[in-house]
Design a protein around this ligand. Structure first.
Ligand SMILES: Nc1nc2c(c(=O)[nH]1)N[C@H]1C(S)=C(S)[C@@H](COP(=O)(O)OP(=O)(O)OC[C@H]3O[C@@H](n4cnc5c(=O)[nH]c(N)nc54)[C@H](O)[C@@H]3O)O[C@H]1N2
Ligand SMILES: Nc1nc2c(c(=O)[nH]1)N[C@H]1C(S)=C(S)[C@@H](COP(=O)(O)OP(=O)(O)OC[C@H]3O[C@@H](n4cnc5c(=O)[nH]c(N)nc54)[C@H](O)[C@@H]3O)O[C@H]1N2
Ligand code: SF4
Ligand SMILES: [Mo]
Length: 723
């Protein structure tokens, strides 16, 4: 029998629509249901039927032989299969004893932007109520925190893109800073086609990426800046816009505040100075302003977008503020057919940062320090507001404190692989090893799970119900499309069971996703991310609902949702967007004779994040090839490394092994490494955990390194160099 279910991709924030078809058949393995599972693209505004290679192959992990079936508990140094009863007993006892000895903050939780809204919400509630800990944060801190912080201070609200992706389709000019969407969200590139064809796609990236190639093929511009210089680039562009009279003075007067101070900062960034610091020519700077301004004036659509390249810096929040200042001066935000927005990365990167797994937040994007927010959420949870902890440590600070005298002694990880993806990963692994108790919930034995004392096998995306909120703030239904293996349990079930063992009353932690969503609606009501008017039936009917979507006083009136924010006013107290005066400091670590190159890191098309999932899919692993370091041929010669040969990349924190990939399109001073590989090939053995003062985002995109030839393990064995 064939059963087809409409749902969405498990990977990135574009949340392409897909149909999963399951052909039922008798099972050949005891725990694993039989039958074939196929994926097809489904018509939807963001992907228009298209999927990338990761989406096409996403069903393979459902029946992957590496799939975790039974809980694992470490005994005699090894992880061994056991029963749920025993595994959860070990977790509950371990948590109780750490709490008794060191207090509630000694148990920490690390969540993920891949969790559904229901799971993210429940994880935050579990941390605050069942554990009573302030120490809960998640991998979105490594992803969207700088963009979110900058949007918050400029617009009073962060929702990723404040407009639907489809609005970009008509635009004639788009400036994209630090995004390689041709590899990170291939169907998104289709929305940039009109701009690209008009010669209006401008991409700021130190590398000549596939996205840059698309821009250049239509006559667009590549701003090949030095890593970590988006901030002065944006200041320089604002300088030109002001001095050439290419700013919207009426908009600045009517809809914004703080322009004078922002201009004072940008006034120092005359074009030649900007060129010297960023490496982008004055001609290109002028053309960029000209293209954006022309599109803005003729109302043919001008947008500015940022992604991780511009944001993942110790000055990422200020860099995004500088970009928003430029957008405001041109009069783009809050206007139909133009705008600014960051491109959210993870599947539920947006919802994941709204419902309370972030150290400083409660559901509905509420602040945990706000007494009214605490009272509201405590009422929904049936607890005393006084019992809710305050803000806790940010993701890297949390990991850095593990096992230290004042830090957490136990950690529960849900949906992240920090042993690979956290900055200064060698140090993070040492901290994980210093814990009394590490509990990882996953469906695969990720590198982090492999270090755990207890591993809890959970269900995968196509085996359970839930909702996610995509990069455009649209709430989507994820559906159960295939039967689950016997053994793994749903995360909601695991959290409820543990909560009971930790003394929580029966029924406080629900296990049915729809029931949890109903609670989330109530908890979010009246908050910035108000979901109270959204329901499973509304979403199931295919309705296009973007938050905020309040229920309103009259339950009979359905709020239509808010596809476009800020059209009348911004979400600040006085309704005006705020310019923020920012200064350039540059990357936290500078190059010197010992570490003469800047390393930046990022993604390739076929792998996802830490690679825990995609490294297990042969088609993707083959397409991606081995770990590499991308370098200009002249730089390779200078450093004595050879194309196609192994090299060691060293920073002040560690050493990474990679195959040299020479590329004429690289800057001479920059190398690039993907962060999808494990073990000695982790790019994060190099990265600098310098944190942004506002967002606490680590500096993934710039650290000082050197390159030297290396003998790979394989070559060494061949040559007899290793016994
Ligand atoms: N294939 C694939 N797709 C993904 C993911 C994945 O792991 N694999 N992950 C998803 C997630 S969570 C995210 S956050 C998004 C990320 O999506 P992107 O932001 O597009 O991805 P990155 O490769 O991290 O960075 C983009 C570009 O920034 C450039 N860059 C590096 N340093 C700088 C700099 O200082 N300034 C500027 N302007 N550019 C710089 C890099 O060369 C790179 O080409 O992708 C999502 N989609
Ligand atoms: N050097 C460098 N490092 C980076 C970045 C970079 O650009 N450069 N980017 C950063 C960014 S933007 C991000 S988003 C992070 C991502 O880094 P990670 O947080 O490590 O991301 P994933 O590899 O997606 O890890 C998710 C894990 O959770 C599991 N999982 C998936 N779904 C679920 C679920 O529903 N429940 C549970 N319990 N588990 C699940 C997966 O199998 C996987 O093991 O990496 C950051 N690290
Ligand atoms: S672009 Fe993102 S959502 Fe779409 S198929 Fe690829 S990974 Fe999935
Ligand atoms: Mo991300």
């Amino acid at each position: 029998m064939l059963v087809s279910t409409p749902t969405h991709c498990p990977y990135c924030g574009l949340q392409c629509a897909m149909t999963i078809t399951h052909e039922t058949a008798a099972s050949t393995a005891p725990a694993i249901p039989g039958g074939t599972v196929t994926v097809t693209g489904r018509s939807f505004p963001t992907n228009r039927g298209g999927l990338c290679q990761k989406g096409w192959t996403s069903a393979e992990l459902l029946r992957n032989p590496d799939r975790l079936i039974a809980p694992l508990v470490r005994r005699g140094g090894r992880l061994r299969p056991t029963t749920w009863e025993h595994a959860l007993g070990v977790v509950a006892d371990g948590v109780e004893s750490v709490r008794a000895e060191h207090g509630p903050d000694a148990v920490a939780v690390f969540g993920g932007g891949g969790l559904t809204n229901e799971k993210a919400y429940q994880l935050g509630k579990f941390a605050r109520v069942a554990l009573g800990t302030s120490n809960v944060d998640y991998n979105g801190r490594f992803c969207m925190s700088s963009a979110a912080a900058a949007a918050g201070r400029a617009f009073g609200l962060d929702r990723g893109l404040p407009f639907p992706v489809r609005d970009l389709t008509a635009a004639c000019a788009i400036l994209l800073l630090g995004g390689n969407v041709a590899e990170t969200m291939p169907p998104f590139l289709g929305h940039l086609q009109a701009a690209a064809d008009a010669g209006g796609l401008i991409v700021a990236d130190p590398r000549r990426t596939a996205t840059v190639e698309r821009a250049l093929s239509g006559g667009g511009i590549h701003l090949q800046l030095r890593p970590g210089t988006d901030l002065p680039l944006a200041l320089g562009l604002l300088h030109i816009a002001v001095t050439d009279g290419r700013i919207d003075r009426d908009y600045i007067a009517d809809r914004t505040e703080g322009f004078e101070d922002a201009w004072l900062a940008a006034a120092q960034w005359w074009p030649e100075r900007t060129e010297r610091v960023t490496g982008v020519s004055v001609t290109q700077l002028r053309r960029t302003v000209e293209i954006l301004w022309r599109a803005r004036q003729s109302d043919t659509g001008a947008y500015i977008l940022t992604a991780r390249g511009a944001e993942q810096h110790a000055s990422g929040t200020d860099a995004v503020s500088a970009v928003i200042n430029l957008a405001l001066a041109l009069g783009l935000p809050g206007r139909r057919g133009s705008g600014y927005g960051p491109i959210t990365g993870q599947g539920n990167g947006q919802g994941g940062r709204e419902h309370g797994q972030k150290a400083d937040q409660l559901p509905g994007y509420r602040k945990i320090t706000d007494p009214a927010a605490r009272a509201h959420v405590a009422r929904v949870w049936g607890v005393d507001p006084e019992s809710l902890p305050g803000p806790g440590r940010s993701a890297y600070e949390l990991l850095d404190a593990l096992g230290t005298p004042d830090g957490p002694r136990a950690l529960m990880v849900h949906g992240a692989n920090v042993a690979v993806s956290a900055p200064r990963a060698g140090h993070v692994v040492e901290r994980l090893a210093a814990l009394d108790l590490l509990v990882v919930s996953d469906f695969l034995l990720s590198e982090t799970a492999a270090m755990a004392d207890v591993v809890l096998p959970v269900l995968q995306w196509a085996e359970e119900e839930g909702t996610i909120t995509s990069l455009e703030g649209r709430v989507l239904r994820r559906r159960r499309a295939v039967p689950a293996p016997t053994g793994p349990r749903s995360e909601l079930d695991v959290l409820a069971d543990l909560a009971g063992r930790l003394g929580q009353p029966v029924g406080r932690f629900r296990t049915d996703p729809q029931a949890v969503f109903e609670e989330l609606r109530a908890a979010s009501a009246g908050g910035p991310a108000d979901y109270s008017g959204i329901s499973y039936p509304r979403l199931d009917s295919g309705e296009d609902v973007h938050w905020p979507c309040p229920a309103g006083p009259d339950a009979g009136v359905r709020h239509p949702g808010t596809p476009r924010l800020f059209l009348d006013r911004f979400a600040t107290d006085n309704g005006r967007a705020r310019f923020v005066a920012v200064e350039h400091g540059g990357p936290a670590e500078s190059v010197d004779a010992a570490f003469p190159l800047v390393a930046t890191t990022g993604r390739v098309l076929a792998h996802y994040q830490s690679g825990a999932q995609t490294r297990r899919i042969d088609e993707l692993s083959t397409a991606a090839g081995p770990m590499f370091v991308q370098v200009h041929p002249d730089t390779a010669t200078r450093m004595g490394v050879v194309d196609g040969q192994p090299a060691a990349v060293r920073s002040r924190r560690g050493r990474t092994l990679a195959t040299v990939r020479c590329d004429e399109g690289m800057r001479l001073d920059t190398v690039f490494l993907p962060f999808h590989f494990a073990g000695d090939e982790r790019a994060n053995l190099l990265t600098n955990p310098a944190l942004d003062p506002t967002s606490r985002m680590p500096e993934f995109k710039a650290c000082a390194v050197t390159l030297e030839p290396a003998v790979s393990a394989a070559t060494a064995v061949e040559k007899g160099a290793v016994a």
